[in-house]
Write a protein that binds this ligand. Sequence first.
Ligand SMILES: [Zn+2]
Length: 386
Amino acid sequence: MLCAIGGSFFVSQLTAAVEWHVIKINGRDFLSVDNIAKFYGFPNPTINGKNVDLNNGKNEMQFHLDSREILLNGVRNWLSFPVFVHDGKIVVSRIDLAKTLEPQLRPNMIPKLDRVRTVVLDPGHGGFDKGAISGYGYEKDYALDLARLLRPLLQAKGFRVVMTRESDVFVPLELRARIANATSDSIFVSLHFNATDRDPLATGFEIYSLTPRGAPSTYEDGLTLASVNIQNGTEADAASVELSSCIYHSLLGHIGEFDRGIKRARFAVLRLTKIPAVLVESGFLTERGESRLIANPGWRQKLADAICTGIDNFRALADSKKPPLVVADYRRQKPGGAAPEKESLVNPAAPPTLSLDMLHSERPSENPAPFQTPTPSPIGSAPVEP
Ligand SMILES: [Zn+2]
C-alpha cells in the first residue's frame, strides 16, 4: 500500500519501506533509477555504455540514456521524457514512472480495473474516408475485415462484441466514442493499418493509448505549449496502457514484425472514450512487403488471433488479477520456437515516424488553457488527476 505523507510518499510493506526522493529539475519531477530499482525490488542497475538494465526475474527494463525509448519486459515503450543523468544520478520523469512504468510493472495493482464483458471494435475509416492506400487495397477494408475476423473469436471466448461500423460507411470519430461510452464493462479497440510519407521502408506494429496529462505525444519531440496534453486524465488511463501492453505483447509474441513500440497520442477516439481504449496499427500499407502481407486474408486471421489473445489476457487480469503473458512467454509457447535473439537498445529504432493517421486524427485539445506546470498524481495513488 502506498501512502502520501506531506511532500514525500513511500511504500510500507511487511519487510521494507522505500521512500521516494523526488528530484525537481526545471519545475518537473524526476526520480532516480536507483530509487525506482529499490522500490520495485530490482538489484542494482547494470550500466553498459548508454544502456541501463534492471532485471529482478519478474520484470525487466532497459533504459537508454538521453532517449525516450526503453525496453519493458522485452518490448519497446516510448516515454514522455528522456532518461538522463543529473548530478550523477540517472533520472526518469515522475509522469513516466506513474503513467507508463507502474501500470506495466504492477498490473495487478491498477486501481479501478473493472471487469470486462464487452469489446467495442472500431474498424478505422470507412465510406469516403479510405484511410491509407496500398497497391492492393484500402485501409478501411482491411480494418473492417480484421474486425469481422476478431468478432467470432471474441464471442467464442464469451465476450459480447459491439462494432462501431459493420459495413463500408463513414462513422464520425465522436460517434465512435459515443458508442463506446454507451457500453458497460467494456473496452475499446480501434483497428488501423499504418502509412507514412516520410519513410517508404517503415514497417512494424505499434499501439497507442492516450497521452498522459502534462506530457507530449510520442511523435512530438519538442516540448512546446501546444505539444503538451492539457486534457485531464481519466480513471481508465492506467488500464488503457495495460490494455496496450496486453495486445502488443501478444501481437509481437505471435508475429515477428518490427517492434515500433507502445506509444501515446491524442487521437480523437482515445481522447473522447471514457473506457480503457487503444488504437492498434497492424503494419504499414506504404511498405511493399508488409502491404502484401496485409492483403493476405490468412495474415489478417493471424493478426485477429493475436489481438484476441491479448484482449483475453487483459480480461484475465481485470477479472482475476492473473498476470498477463509477455512477449517471451508467447515465444516460448510456439512449437519448437526457440526464443529469438534478445532485443536490445544498442541499435535503437528510428525516431517515431509521423504516421498519416496522426495528421488527420490527432487534434489539439479544445479550449487551450494557459500553460500550468502539470502536477501529476504521486506514484501509486489514484491515477485520477484533478
Ligand atoms: Zn487509420
